[in-house]
Write a protein that binds this ligand. Structure first.
Ligand code: HEM
Length: 130
């Protein structure tokens, strides 16, 4: 199986666990006051649904889809709009990898490394639009 296949299947297992997105945001918000400030006026239940699709966009980009959706996320997160500074993606990545580790009961070192590679590729597209 390719790294991209391992990630796709792992994401399927994560999405089956209903607490996955709650746990991600608990970790992400706990990681930094700057992150908490950004979400101070956000309806977090809606945000959890948006993130489910957002992560899928990163996964599909790694599987060869054009970066159209990621470029749009780059625009919405850029300095003119949400103003998500580039270093905040490091908190996002760590929170997500930790959450995957807690929810995917079939995770192994190769799949976790594959996740890191896949997510970093997509994050670079979003961050590059800052
Ligand atoms: C690759 C990582 C990320 C993905 C896939 C992602 C995905 C999304 C999506 C799909 C939306 C809603 C649609 C949109 O506004 O374009 C959104 C909104 C938002 N994101 Fe991100 N995001 C990421 C990283 C971050 C980071 C690092 C922060 C920093 C705190 C952040 C803060 C926000 C905020 C504040 C909103 C708007 C919330 C609101 O409507 O009140 N995002 N994100």
């Amino acid at each position: 199986m390719t790294d991209e296949d391992l990630v796709f299947q792992s994401y399927g297992r994560c999405c089956k666990s209903t607490a996955f997105f709650d746990d991600f945001y608990a970790r992400f918000l706990a990681s930094s006051a700057e992150v908490r400030d950004k979400f101070s006026n956000t309806d977090m239940s809606a945000q959890k649904h948006l993130l489910r699709a957002g992560i899928l966009n990163l996964v599909l980009y790694a599987r060869g889809l054009p970066p159209t959706k990621l470029k749009a996320l780059g625009e919405s997160h850029s300095r003119q709009r949400l103003d998500i500074q580039p270093h905040l993606y490091d908190y996002w990545l760590k929170a997500l990898l930790d959450t995957i580790g807690a929810h995917d009961d079939e995770l192994d070192v190769r799949t976790l490394a594959a996740w890191g590679k896949v997510l970093r590729q997509g994050i670079e597209v979003i961050r590059a639009a800052y």
